[in-house]
Write a protein that binds this ligand. Structure first.
Ligand code: GDP
Ligand code: ZN
Length: 323
């Protein structure tokens, strides 16, 4: 008898996949067979981690626990890819025009930052935030290593909160060293498919390990050992958090953001500017030289931060295609 189901892709290693139904966590292998309509044909991985798919498996009549019969030698067959609610992509290589889907159907992207060691570059963070706005993925900024700045840089902590909270983003503070904020973050991840991203050195691996000691990105302990067999390592993989929730660890952050925007579009992805744009005298308004510009007034009056506005100007000046 043919059993059909819907599951989430938790690993994609070329033509072999691992699926699990969520919230249940019971990984099983699957392959792509026959003709299937692929929507993103210019992508190197039309099926990405986080994609929801329909699958089929042929099992003997009357089988109850059919998933126990799904093995490497008799994998399930993916029959359909369901529509995505969102996704993030990067270029597959620097020169390539092809793209690689990092992950799909994200409930939250945690952008881990550190104010110092390594020092944060706000325009760089703003670009990542714009990318997340473009692709419709919700974002939380995780300010890690607060133990390091609390003593000597309390003003900068507040300054950072003000900039990003005024812009409409949530900022949470964590310290892997003192443990503060970790319980809160663990609670926040419950029931969500989360992507963790951050520049190298900000403490992303330490943070993931603190959330769930069973996961250790640095030593790769988070592989699904018993199903490793034919599956080669893949860049992105979903892991189950013991306390609930699923995480995808994204190596680095630079690759994020294959996005090409018209100059006139950029301001749409700065939420605090978008809110005011209707009050500008001209539509469209680039918020640069136009008289009666509500955004410029808000910058002058301090409701929009100069840093965010400068990031915006920087993006306008550049080639419209940025990374
Ligand atoms: P990743 O490259 O972002 O994965 O960063 P790691 O997790 O490897 O951490 C980089 C360095 O920062 C390591 O030496 C960590 O011990 C240290 N670190 C991570 N989190 C914290 C924190 O909250 N406070 C302090 N003081 N150091 C931290
Ligand atoms: Zn304007």
């Amino acid at each position: 008898m043919l059993v059909k189901g819907t599951a989430t892709v938790i690993k994609n290693a070329g033509s072999n996949f691992l699926l699990s139904e969520l919230p249940e966590w019971r990984p099983f292998p699957a392959v792509l067979k026959g003709k299937i309509r692929l929507k993103e044909s210019d992508s190197t991985n039309p099926i990405a981690v986080g994609d929801r798919v329909n699958y089929e498996i042929d099992v003997p009549e009357g089988t109850e626990d059919y998933k126990s019969l799904i093995t490497e030698n008799q994998p399930a067959t993916i029959s359909e890819i369901l529509d995505r609610k969102n996704y993030l992509i990067r270029k597959s290589t620097n020169l390539s025009r092809q793209s690689h889907v990092i992950a799909a159907n994200l409930d939250m992207v945690y952008i881990v930052v550190s104010l110092y060691f390594p020092e944060i570059k706000l325009p760089f963070l703003d670009r990542i935030l714009v990318t997340c706005e473009v692709y419709g993925v919700p974002v939380t900024i995780v300010m890690n290593k607060v133990d390091l700045y609390r003593e000597h840089a309390t003003e900068y902590i507040q300054y950072f909160h003000d900039i990003y909270e005024n812009a409409g983003y949530r900022v949470v503070e964590t310290s892997v060293k003192t443990g503060e904020g970790i319980d809160l973050l663990r609670e926040d991840c419950k029931g969500k498919v989360c992507l963790f991203s951050g520049e190298s050195g900000v403490g992303k691996s330490s943070l993931i390990k603190a959330l769930d000691p069973a996961l250790d990105p640095k030593i790769g302990k988070i592989s699904i050992a018993h199903l490793q067999g034919k599956h080669t390592t893949s860049l992105y993989e979903m892991y189950n958090l013991t306390n609930g929730g699923w995480i995808i660890d994204s190596p680095g952050i630079r690759g994020f953001g294959l996005v090409s925007l018209e100059k006139a579009e950029i301001a749409l992805y700065f939420p605090e500017m978008l809110k005011l744009a209707q009050d500008c005298r001209f539509t469209p308004c680039t918020h640069t030289h136009e008289p009666g510009c509500a955004v410029k007034t808000a910058v002058e009056e301090g409701q929009i931060s100069t840093e965010r506005y400068n990031s915006y100007l920087g993006m306008l000046e550049e080639d419209t295609k940025f990374r």
